[in-house]
Design a binder for this molecule. Structure first.
Ligand SMILES: Nc1ncnc2c1ncn2[C@@H]1O[C@H](COP(=O)(O)OP(=O)(O)O)[C@@H](O)[C@H]1O
Ligand SMILES: [Mg+2]
Length: 267
């Protein structure tokens, strides 16, 4: 059964969608089977960020019962799968997110990781995203108001029976007034899975003619390196696997891996 991780925050604009897309790609580059779901059904923009075209069938159609979930799954970068949300206001009004959890449960067995890009706030649609999660990854800025918001989301998630596992600190500029990770950990009683620096390339990736998440466009930029570290923590990978840009396994490394397994078994 794939692990369902909801990426949530207090307010909008802290980097949930950016982190969902880039961490998702980083996991896919490590050969995990990944599904991203745009659960921000009112302000869908995960597909845009992934550089994908508008999709004919979306999560909206699935949630109103007009399409099967399989029909709403598309192929994205690095071989990941994703389910977009609809852009039409009309279909949004008809959507009931109460079915989200059932939809997620239906597809999760086929993947290693299902990442849900949650809407901001603690309204009903957010609660559905939190309730559908096995684990919640909270995104905050290193400022007190942002941390206070995320604490509320953490409490709501716990009340809904999900497990907030960790925090990612985004938009770090290394400025004096920023709250230190140590204090963030104490305030939220959660580990920090990574600090993503403010990196102008993140926004620039969105402004190119061909939109491409930063991890693909600038794999060696500071934010991309930080995203891969977060992905490694999410996947429970070891330290030496943290920073290298992901590669599909070549023939030789596959052979080597088989050889190593063989050796371990024969001991
Ligand atoms: N580390 C970062 N450095 C620079 N810009 C960032 C960073 N993370 C996110 N952004 C930008 O901030 C804006 C909000 O990010 P987004 O992922 O849409 O937030 P949310 O989904 O939480 O509303 C976007 O324009 C995005 O490109
Ligand atoms: Mg978003």
């Amino acid at each position: 059964m794939g692990k369902v991780i909801t990426v949530a925050s207090g307010k909008g604009g802290v980097g949930k969608t950016t982190i969902t897309a880039n961490v998702g790609i980083a996991l896919a580059q490590k050969n995990f089977k990944v599904l991203l779901i745009d659960a921000d059904i009112a302000m869908a923009n995960l597909s845009l960020l992934l550089g994908m075209q508008a999709s004919p069938i979306t999560l909206h159609d699935v949630l109103v019962g007009e399409s099967t979930v399989e029909d709403a799954i598309y192929e994205g970068p690095a071989g990941l799968n994703f389910i977009p949300s609809g852009l039409s206001l009309e279909s949004y009004k008809r959507v009931d997110t109460e079915r989200l959890e059932a939809v997620v449960k239906e597809v999760a067995p086929k993947y290693d990781f299902v990442l849900l890009d949650a809407p901001p706030g603690i309204e009903k649609n957010v609660m559905s995203s939190l309730a559908a999660a096995d684990e919640i990854l909270l995104i905050t800025m290193p400022t007190s108001p942002s941390i206070a918001d995320v604490l509320k989301t953490k409490i709501v998630g716990q009340r809904l029976g999900s497990n907030p596992i960790a925090v990612v600190v985004n938009f770090s500029m290394g400025e004096k007034g920023e709250i230190a990770n140590e204090d963030i950990m104490k305030m939220l009683e959660l580990p920090v899975y990574g600090t993503i620096p403010y990196d102008p390339e993140v926004r620039r990736s969105f402004m190119q003619q061909k939109v491409q998440p930063i991890i693909l466009r600038k794999p060696s930029s500071p934010a991309s390196i930080a995203m891969r570290k977060v992905a490694a923590r999410v996947a429970g990978l070891k330290a030496h696997e943290l920073t290298a840009p992901g590669k599909k396994q070549g023939f030789l490394s596959k052979l080597l891996a088989i050889f190593k397994i063989g050796k371990r078994k024969s001991k």
